[in-house]
Design a binder for this molecule. Structure first.
Ligand code: GCU
Length: 409
């Protein structure tokens, strides 16, 4: 057999084996006694002066980018053009004003849905986050435009009138407005549709990706959030761009963390139930693992991340180092008791692992090293809570995010 044919056969076998593994049933470990022994790399790795952190930070950022999320292309700042959306209108008895604007980001039309307190007399701090199913699902109002992009849940993958307000319980719009904050949300599928197509659709299409460390979808979504912040810096829209907290749930929580890591303009970062690939430590292999996530969602990461499947011990970093990249900015990590798939303890231990960096930079960091009880939030410069219930975003979560944000801006 010649070399080429051997290579093709090996490649075929490998592909077939991964296909089989993806099909075979994955049995998550939910037993603390079965968590393998592991050692977390030290994010400070011998440095003891705050002044040495920026260089160390860059090293860690580059490492996580290369091995996990992939490199986003350089951006010349010229790909955004805004088109006015429908006329602004008020909701909640006039308390909030809703504005819609369509941005063109690297050839993709992306609609921003902006809620602002109507009484604001100057730019307000705001939360910015993606929604899972389209802007029309965030709040039930037929003046909110339906997305024309591919959507996950419906049969024909098209948004429908019936979905209006279907995710409203995840967005405490009234609570946010009453607290004096703005909310900017957009549909993640308009930036990059969430299915694997070898990085051809969404914003990926506008760039030639580098091979091995090509940016996956999480990096593309994070990049999209930075483009929205560019726009808010240009246009403001009634929002103070210096006080934008980036928020995300689940895969979009992995995204908000990566956005906060790659773009230090985000003044506050929130991870809601982000789990594996987000706040949870990979080396614990509790619940979802690197092997499982990269087989089921291969397009979220760069191909190099696959080498750590069932081999977390070889990871030269862990997710506490991702969290440390937010320092000294306020960071909030939230877990839910029934969300074992996302490994609540692993999410908390990640905060513990990031704490020394926050302390070196002269902030309070995480107030305690023991995992707090249920519904007992801790809030230092790092905040954490474990709430009752399942994998979701609830009013309770938003109550804590607002309290935390108030503490910091
Ligand atoms: C799956 C996936 C998780 C992800 C979640 C979500 O459960 O395994 O990693 O966080 O989807 O985004 O809803």
């Amino acid at each position: 057999m010649n070399l080429k044919r051997t290579a093709i056969t090996c490649f075929g076998l490998l592909t077939f084996t991964s296909f089989l593994m993806a099909q075979s049933e994955f049995v998550p470990n939910y037993d603390e006694n079965e968590v393998p022994e592991y050692t977390l790399p030290d994010p400070l790795d011998g440095i003891s002066e705050a002044s040495a952190w920026p260089t160390k930070r860059k090293e860690i950022l580059t490492l996580i980018e290369r091995e996990m999320f992939g490199r986003a292309p350089a951006f010349d700042g010229k790909t955004i053009a805004a088109a006015a959306g429908p006329e602004p209108f008020t909701i909640l008895d006039g308390k909030a004003t809703v504005t819609q604007v369509v941005l063109t980001i690297a050839g993709q039309d992306v609609a921003l849905l902006v809620f602002l307190p109507s009484s604001a007399t100057q730019p307000v701090p705001a939360f910015l986050g993606y929604n899972f199913h389209g802007n029309h699902t965030v709040f039930a109002d037929d003046r909110i435009s339906l997305t024309k992009s591919w959507v996950r849940k419906t049969e024909n993958h098209r948004a429908s009138e019936d979905d209006r307000g279907s995710s409203a319980s995840r967005w405490s719009v009234e609570r946010i407005i009453d607290a004096g904050y703005g909310l900017v949300t957009l549909y993640y599928g308009e930036v990059d549709p969430d299915f694997h197509d070898e990085f051809k659709n969404g914003v990926h299409a506008a760039f030639a990706p580098p091979k091995e460390d090509a940016w996956g979808s999480i990096a593309a979504w994070a990049w999209g959030l930075s483009r929205v912040l560019d726009y808010l810096e240009q246009e403001s829209m009634g929002i103070d761009p210096q006080k934008v907290g980036v928020f995300g749930h689940s895969r979009l929580g992995k995204t908000s963390l990566w956005a906060g890591a790659t773009d230090e303009r985000f003044a506050l970062v929130i991870s809601n139930n982000s789990g594996c690939g987000g706040a949870a430590l990979s080396k614990r292999a509790f619940g979802e693992t690197v092997g499982r996530i990269t087989r089921v969602f291969p397009h979220w990461f760069c191909a190099r991340f696959n080498q750590y499947r069932e081999n977390e011990v070889k990871l030269p970093f862990d997710q506490h180092m991702l969290l440390a990249l937010m320092a000294p900015r306020p960071l909030y990590v939230a877990s839910a008791v029934e969300d074992r798939w996302a490994d609540p303890r692993g999410e908390f231990l990640s905060c513990v692992g990031a704490d020394p960096v926050y302390r070196l930079l002269g902030t309070e960091g995480l107030p305690q090293q023991e995992m707090p009880g249920v519904n007992a939030p801790v809030m230092g410069r790092i905040g954490y809570h474990l709430r009752t219930g399942k994998h979701d975003v609830t009013d309770y979560d938003w109550e804590q995010y607002i309290t935390f944000a108030k503490k910091h801006f």
